[in-house]
Write a protein that binds this ligand. Sequence first.
Ligand SMILES: *[C@@H]1O[C@H](CO)[C@@H](O)[C@H](O)[C@H]1NC(C)=O
Ligand SMILES: *[C@@H]1O[C@H](CO)[C@@H](O)[C@H](O)[C@H]1NC(C)=O
Ligand SMILES: *[C@@H]1O[C@H](CO)[C@@H](O)[C@H](O)[C@H]1NC(C)=O
Ligand SMILES: [Ca+2]
Ligand SMILES: [Ca+2]
Ligand SMILES: [Ca+2]
Length: 765
Amino acid sequence: MKRVVAAGLVLCLLLLWGRFPRGAAGPRVYLSSWAVRVPAGAQVAQRLARRHGMLYLGQVIEGEPYYHLKHRGIVQRSLTRHWGWHIRLKREPLVPWFEQQTVKRRAKRAVTVVPTDPWFYKQWYINSDVSPDLNVLSAWSQGYTGSGVVVSILDDGIEKDHPDLIANYDPEASYDFNDDDPDPQPRYNAWDENRHGTRCAGEVAATADNDVCGAGIAYRAKIGGVRMLDGTVTDIVEAQSLSFHPQHIDIYSASWGPEDDGKTVDGPGILATEAFRKGIINGRQGLGSLFVWASGNGGLRGDNCNCDGYTNSIYTLSVGSTTERGRVPWYNEACASTLTTTYSSGAKGEKQIVTTDLRHTCTSGHTGTSASAPLAAGMISLALEANPALTWRDMQHIVVRASRPAHLQADDWAVNGVGRKVSHYYGYGLLDAGRLVDLAKRWNATGPQRKCSIRIVYKPIGSRLSIAKNITSSSCQRKDQSIRSLEHVQVQLSLRYSRRGDLAISLTSPMGTKSTLVAVRPHDTSREGYRDWSFMSTHYWDENPRGVWSLLLENKGDAYNTGSLDSFVLKLYGTEEDMRARPAAASMVGSCAMRSADGECLGKLQCHGPFYVLQRRCVSYCPPRYYALSRPSLAPDGTPRNARFCAACHQSCYTCRGGTENNCTACPPFSSFQEAAHRCLQHPYYTSRGGEVAQGHRNLPLLLAVALMFVGPVVFSLLYGAYRLASRKGKGQKGAGALAESGSEPLCLNQTEECLKEPLRKPFP
Ligand SMILES: *[C@@H]1O[C@H](CO)[C@@H](O)[C@H](O)[C@H]1NC(C)=O
Ligand SMILES: *[C@@H]1O[C@H](CO)[C@@H](O)[C@H](O)[C@H]1NC(C)=O
Ligand SMILES: *[C@@H]1O[C@H](CO)[C@@H](O)[C@H](O)[C@H]1NC(C)=O
Ligand SMILES: [Ca+2]
Ligand SMILES: [Ca+2]
Ligand SMILES: [Ca+2]
């Protein structure tokens, strides 16, 4: 850690050396960087930086109150000390010590922490113009820029030859499922309907320091685009996109879902569900694909993101929005499955997001929750660079911890059972990139996911129905069921009701945390009720599930409403570890000793000290899917030593003691552990809604579907279409493809109140 930070600092000090005459042990060169000692801590240092108009670039040495500040807008290098700043800091009672940095030694790399891009000054959410911002400068100053990480934007295409994207464009992470060719270039028309994917891509990985637009959050990550929204969206197209090159792509960023009309209840079909499942089990060499999802833009229509099965899924990391001023934007949907929040657009006059735009241009007008998800995807790329051993669940754990309520305003902030503030608008709050990379580096692997399902009897629903269930040690007895610290909680319901949108449903945990599973949706007049619908909440994260859970269904509408609850399954997910009792760990990742000219970590084949080699990086633990192995080997100079590395488990195991299939110590989701044989037995088929697929006639089309997915897409689409028609008859029409962008844009160039009332949806053929 210390070395990484120090290296980052040194590099940043060296930023201008390349342009400086070489060799001469000449005069001192003063830089715009200052080291300050602020015993009162980071927050005071940040405030101080703001007050003096300086950039706060994070802590220099972990645990020590030295902070890196940089002044802007004046000469970056000078042969004289900057006396003005010197005097100002000297007068500062909170700063007992400070020093203007000087160039110490040269290096080949030109690394700037503060990008020189012409639009960087407009990037208010990362350039310290608002406080707090996303704290990306702090992650950059530690040397994390997304290198080695691959992100793909699932959207309406990507302008791959955009001058600010071309350097990071990755054809391996790109495909066009609308036209079935490898080229995801958007379709151009007069009103630039298909600019959305290109805008999202620039937020993640626009190139830095290249005189074009601004800088992406992970400006050295590889970026691809899957074109899938510009055409008829089917379950096949979704599944193909979500499962595209899962060993190559680390992060999928998606900003779409069912129609945000406030009355749809819909989620992934059978194939997309299978794609998510395969992604988290097998993607990223078994550590799990990361699906970053926008929570939705149905705010004005009273929509609830828990009625959207994509953002509501435990496999997606769902991201909400806040405005420049920390308010709930008009389009934002509130629900219990949202995990974290980043900035985006707000009301008229509030700033929007700066990124790349179609036809090789730049925009400072990207909006909606779909602008928030890519910002989070960029920050998650930085965390993945900091620790490539993180699993999909580890990432959610650290995102919970790296999110802060900060100044975000909402009327529902509540403190949960482990003392964290959480809101249905924001999840755990504003994501902080500096904290995220710091947690990533120090994160030890989470134990295998445990799951316990409790089926609870059904009853008629009057005006109010409350069901309590005491979860005791005997409720979840099996070894792989017992949970000490919760992660996601799902409530799977089947119920009939005379007007679905009138029913408000909430769940209260034994520790007293109440989360709304669905609030009133005035536009939802459906009489269909919910059929095996899983509502998800992240609000119980790290709580102990023991004790009484209570589900409350309340009629908030007409007194004549009636219905009945046909089934209620409480599904708890978590780990056996008491996550709150974890000791603060030292860094789990060795610093990168060798980098290429463009900053990519080249890694090593041999680590020193307590580290193991994992994918050419040094880590202090082997993540799930790997086991620690020491083997005698020879050092380059011929002396014998032990090579320590992470070797792959058999693919059926989640954790293991050796490389064969009978060395498993824990199993991935959807398989069960055979205690005696140390094997994992995979369960045949699942759907998202019901867990196990229903018996009988529904099995056949499913088997066919899965088989044909890999055999003949044409035969398959015919058969599947017929099946889908038959099985979904009577269900509300699926509106997948509605972009989670604030839809007012194409109609209204300046967002007047009038415009905001009629959001234009992307047409769905
Ligand atoms: C990481 O977790 C494992 C398993 O709980 C534990 O044995 C190990 O000591 C931990 N490592 C560190 C450095 O804390
Ligand atoms: C729940 O069950 C446990 C174990 O049987 C018992 O000790 C506890 O009092 C119960 N709690 C309630 C509120 O009934
Ligand atoms: C792995 O399984 C094999 C075969 O059962 C056994 O001989 C070996 O000891 C196991 N390895 C470890 C590290 O447990
Ligand atoms: Ca194409
Ligand atoms: Ca740029
Ligand atoms: Ca929605």
